[in-house]
Ligand binder design. Structure first.
Ligand code: NAD
Length: 478
């Protein structure tokens, strides 16, 4: 059993009214842990602590802040095996994916520790030479860091690493669905020597604890990752105080396979990105567009490859764990039923796996549909489940039109061996990240974020650090 506590001003804290929230293993239904369920009061206390800690942390040299972050990264690496088990038990993902996630979060802390030292200024001589313009970057203030359940440690590390390196203090609020490993992550940073109040942890519902973090005058920056609907609410709630915002929201990534592509590697990459984390990734492949000429070969390879994926408890050697919740499974089923009722063809999966070992978890088989069109929910909404819907196109122009026919714009992928086609697609696809012959748009050194209703603001890279800094022009008269 895991029973983390909130961390406010460096101290462990329970909910003031004693409320707790139970975390159940999505593979077995068994109790994994109980976490305190805080609300507005705890969020307010955490923001107060972060506000108190801000002036000293902002004045701490980037090198000293880096020491704390590097120390925290080492501690997270030491705890990686233990934290990976927590992640798998609370959210279901296969253990090796959990371990990769935890180790990745340590790399993020190391990266931002060093990037924080490079928040350079500028110095210019004014027109008449009688003054100088100094431009400096300063931390915004207290940041509210609100994260989702699908990558609870990794996505939180993107925010915490950048905020602390920039000199902001922060309150982290992980999702109530997956708070255990995220709590261990924040605890590690506190144990690594972050002064009390620099990074606080509040656990509780978004509607109370999260809303207070957004609405309170004590937070100056909100960095949110989650659903587009929640993002819209946050933007409206932050508007009265014109708070600085980064919104990393939903996605509906197209995967285009051109006539000249290496079809084998495209099929492998597509299956991997569609079914990794059981499809519960904002940059998951949601819509596949195949050139007519490659349809048959691609489908055969993809069905074979996906058919070999092993489904089971994340504690075993599997490729797909259960979905994180029954709600996820219900939506997946509904999207498939809707597509089939409108003429789609089921090529693989389409149901829960059979067997006693699956009876208590939210398992679902990798599913491939073809003959889909844009009238179907699976092509218009984010399924966030293991479904790969496929349709065909005749030329690049049509591929781009179909790919861009969505309110989202987070990631897009295209496979081609033509340089001209690669440039044509890269320049026309409307999304924050485009993978050309790559099924990943995440890289520590490159900006990650959305266009259109996938949000705005960028995480990772030096652009991610900028999100926690304000520019100041200091004009010096001579
Ligand atoms: P969600 O919007 O339900 O919740 C995200 C977080 O917001 C949770 O911590 C929740 O408690 C909090 N929250 C909810 N209501 C709030 C409110 N009124 N005020 C403040 N906080 C509130 O999202 P989820 O279901 O946890 O995550 C899945 C979604 O996240 C998917 O849409 C997915 O595409 C998206 N996502 C986006 C990215 C990205 O980088 N763009 C990455 C991962 C997930």
């Amino acid at each position: 059993m895991y029973n983390p506590m909130m961390i406010i001003d460096g101290r462990p804290v329970l909910a003031s009214d004693g409320s707790v929230h139970k975390i159940l293993n999505p593979a077995t239904g068994e109790l994994v842990g109980e976490v305190p369920s805080g609300g507005r009061q705890e969020a307010h206390q955490a923001l107060t602590a972060a506000s108190r800690a801000f002036p000293a942390w902002a004045a701490t040299s980037p090198g000293k802040r880096a020491d704390v972050l590097h120390q925290a990264a080492s501690l997270v690496r030491e705890l990686a095996d233990e934290m990976a088990v927590m992640l798998t038990l609370e959210i279901g993902k296969p253990l090796r994916a959990s371990r990769r996630e935890v180790l990745g979060s340590a790399d993020v802390l190391d990266y931002f520790a060093e990037e924080g030292k490079r928040a350079f200024g500028e110095w210019t001589i004014s027109g008449a030479g009688k003054s100088r313009s100094l431009v400096i970057r300063q931390p915004i203030g207290v940041a509210a860091l609100i994260s989702p359940w699908n990558y609870p440690v990794d996505l939180l590390s993107w925010k915490v690493g950048a905020a602390l390196a920039a000199g902001c203090t922060a309150v982290a609020k992980p999702s109530s669905m997956a708070p255990i490993a995220a709590s261990a992550f924040i605890e590690a940073i506190n144990r690594a020597g972050a002064p009390p109040g620099v990074i606080n942890l509040v656990l509780g519902p978004g509607s109370t604890a999260g809303a207070e973090l957004v609405e309170s005058p004590l937070s100056q920056k909100i960095s949110f990752t989650g659903e587009s609907a929640t993002g819209r609410w946050i933007m409206a709630a932050a508007a009265p105080r014109l708070k600085r915002l980064s919104l990393e929201l939903g996605g509906s990534a197209p995967f285009i396979v051109c006539a000249d592509a290496d079809v084998k590697s495209a099929a492998e990459a597509c299956v991997q990105r569609a079914f990794n984390n059981a499809g519960q990734i904002c940059i998951s492949v949601n819509r596949v567009y195949l050139h007519h000429d490659v349809e048959e070969e691609f489908m055969e390879l993809a069905i074979q490859r996906a058919g070999r994926l092993r489904v089971g408890s994340g504690m075993e050697d599997v490729d797909l764990g259960p979905l994180a919740s029954e709600e996820q499974r219900k939506r997946t089923r509904e999207h498939i039923e809707d597509a089939l009722s409108r003429g789609a063809r089921l090529r693989l999966g389409g149901s829960e796996p059979e067997g006693e070992q699956y009876s208590r978890g939210h398992f679902f088989l990798p599913t491939i549909l073809d003959r889909v069109d844009h009238s179907m929910r699976v092509m218009r909404e984010e399924t966030f489940g293991p479904v790969m819907p496929v349709m065909t196109f005749k030329n690049l122009e049509e591929a781009v039109r179909l790919a861009n026919q969505t309110e989202y714009g987070l990631a897009a992928y295209a496979y081609t061996n033509s340089l001209d086609a690669a440039v044509y697609l890269a320049e026309r696809l409307e999304s924050g990240g485009v993978g050309i012959n790559s099924n990943n748009v995440v890289d520590l050194q490159a900006p990650f974020g959305g266009w259109k209703q996938s949000g705005f603001g960028r995480e990772l890279s030096h652009h991610g650090l900028e999100g926690y800094l304000e520019l100041k022009h200091v004009k010096i008269g001579l």
